[in-house]
Design a binder for this molecule. Structure first.
Ligand SMILES: [Zn+2]
Length: 296
């Protein structure tokens, strides 16, 4: 079984035909790995845009790709995709996070009217795999590729980051360091109907108390020092889509704010609880009117 790690670069462009912004793919980059974890082939192709006539400055700054280069490449999306299909063959397709695969789906839908990636049989999200291996438990903050590489002391020297093929190589280095055959197997998914329902599911934050999906029994906070249930001292309020109240831990004699966020995900409702320390009195804060003091 081979693996193909794919990375894409894209440019947001307004399509008059679709009457919306489309993330138009401008570069495909990929590496193919054998079972012994050797890179056996690489793939790198630019795509000539058909929607956006000019790259956004942010994209060209990040990627160093120029609009001229893209037009000089004379590759339509359909052409590059057919080359990539041959490259992928029956390998497991891997991406860092789901945005690349969702963008690939968006482009296939736009250009080929295909809702699914018919050429893909199995898929693996490298980001969730690496997060799992690194015990990254904070599900509300996803781990970026560079952050993962840094944590694993992987050097990015000689790599041109934010270019598709080099980002794919960096993902490969992270995967190689965290590789465990049995652990990885758990993260390889078959691209069936359920897979597409799951990947296209839009996570939402639930913040209407009347929503029957919000379980009232979940409204508690434990002290983050001693793990005991803390005593609530104020009413719950909803702010920035999370529920907040003031708490006191009788044992630690601490006051803090408790915050609860309910998220509806494909798997069901998740509850995220956080303890936020009260801001200390302003004694050691920087003097607000430092300037006026200096003038004196
Ligand atoms: Zn406590």
């Amino acid at each position: 079984m081979n693996f193909v790690i794919l990375d894409l670069e894209w440019n947001g462009a307004y399509s008059k035909k679709a009457k919306k912004f489309v993330n138009e793919i401008i570069e495909f980059g990929a590496v193919k790995i054998d079972e012994q974890f050797n890179i056996i082939d690489t793939f790198s192709m630019l795509v000539t845009p058909q929607i956006g006539k000019k790259l956004n400055s942010r994209v060209s700054e990040l990627t160093h790709i120029t609009t001229q280069e893209l037009f000089d490449s004379h590759n339509t999306f359909t052409h590059v995709l057919s080359k990539f299909k041959k490259f992928l063959s029956d390998s497991v397709l891997m991406t860092w996070g789901t945005s690349d695969i969702l963008t690939l789906m968006e482009n296939c839908k736009y250009y080929l009217s295909e809702e699914k990636l018919t050429f893909m049989t199995t898929y693996c999200n490298l980001q969730t795999y690496c997060e799992h291996r690194l015990n990254h438990t904070d599900k509300s903050r996803q781990m970026g590729l560079s952050a993962c590489a840094e944590q694993l002391s992987i050097s990015t020297e000689g790599l041109e980051l934010h270019r598709a093929c080099d980002d794919a190589k960096l993902s490969f280095k992270c995967l190689k360091k965290l590789y465990d055959k049995n652990a990885l197997r758990e993260f390889i998914e078959i691209a069936d109907d359920e897979f597409y329902r799951k990947i296209t599911f839009k996570n939402t934050v639930l913040f209407d108390l009347k929503n029957p999906l919000i379980d009232k029994k979940e409204f508690y906070i434990c002290c983050d020092k001693c793990s005991r249930k803390a005593r609530r001292k104020s009413k719950w309020i909803c702010k920035n889509r999370s529920f907040r109240a003031q708490f006191r831990c009788a044992k630690c004699k601490r006051d803090f704010e408790g915050r609860i966020t309910f998220r509806l995900k494909y798997e069901g409702v998740t509850v995220d609880r956080r303890v936020v320390e009260k801001a200390k009195p302003d004694n050691d804060a920087k003097p607000k009117n430092l300037l006026s003091k200096l003038i004196k």
